[in-house]
Write a protein that binds this ligand. Structure first.
Ligand SMILES: [Zn+2]
Length: 149
C-alpha cells in the first residue's frame, strides 16, 4: 500500500490509499478519484513532507520529540533537530545504491525488484524523469554530500 496526500481543485486535502503508484495513476486518469468534501474529480498530489519510501515498503516514522526537549527552543532550532533525526533514520534504514539510484527506483516502482527504502544519487534530469513517471522520490539537499534521494 502507498499513501498519497491529495488535493482537489478547491484546495481540500485528503489522503488516498493505493495498491501502487501505477494504481493511483490509472484511477486518476479514469476519473475514479473524487474529493470527499466536494466530490470534485480534479485531484492532484499535494506537496507533503519528504518521503523517501520508494516502493512504500518501509515508511519513515515521523520524528518525535519530548516536550522537555522543545522547551525554551525557538521553532527553527526544533525544526532543525527534527530534520536531522529524520536524516539519521533514513541513513540507518535505507539501502545505499549510489549512482544506480534512478535505475533501482524504477525497478522497484515497476515491481522488478523487492520493494524497499533506498537512497542514492541522481542528476537533475534523472530526478525529473523519475517524477514524470510518477515514481515517488524525494530530494534532500545535504551540505557536503553530493545528493541524497
Ligand atoms: Zn474538494
Amino acid at each position: 500500500m502507498i499513501v498519497y496526500d491529495l488535493r482537489c481543485a478547491e484546495g481540500h486535502r485528503f489522503e488516498g490509499w493505493f495498491g501502487s503508484a501505477r494504481d493511483f495513476a490509472s484511477q486518476r486518469r479514469r476519473g475514479l478519484l473524487s474529493c470527499p468534501a466536494c466530490g470534485g474529480t480534479r485531484i492532484e498530489r499535494a506537496l507533503s513532507a519528504p518521503r523517501i519510501n520508494v516502493g512504500a515498503a518501509a515508511p519513515v516514522a515521523a520524528p518525535q520529540m519530548k516536550t522537555q526537549e522543545m522547551e525554551g527552543k525557538d521553532p527553527f532550532a526544533i525544526a532543525q533537530m527534527l530534520y536531522s533525526r529524520m536524516l539519521d533514520e533514513i541513513f540507518t534504514r535505507a539501502e545505499d545504491v549510489g549512482a544506480r539510484f534512478p535505475e533501482e527506483a524504477r525497478r522497484i516502482h515497476y515491481e522488478q525488484a523487492p520493494a524497499r527504502m533506498i537512497r542514492g544519487r541522481a542528476s537533475e534530469e534523472e530526478h525529473d524523469a523519475l517524477v514524470d513517471e510518477g515514481i515517488p522520490v524525494a530530494r534532500i539537499p545535504l551540505p557536503g554530500v553530493d545528493r541524497l534521494n
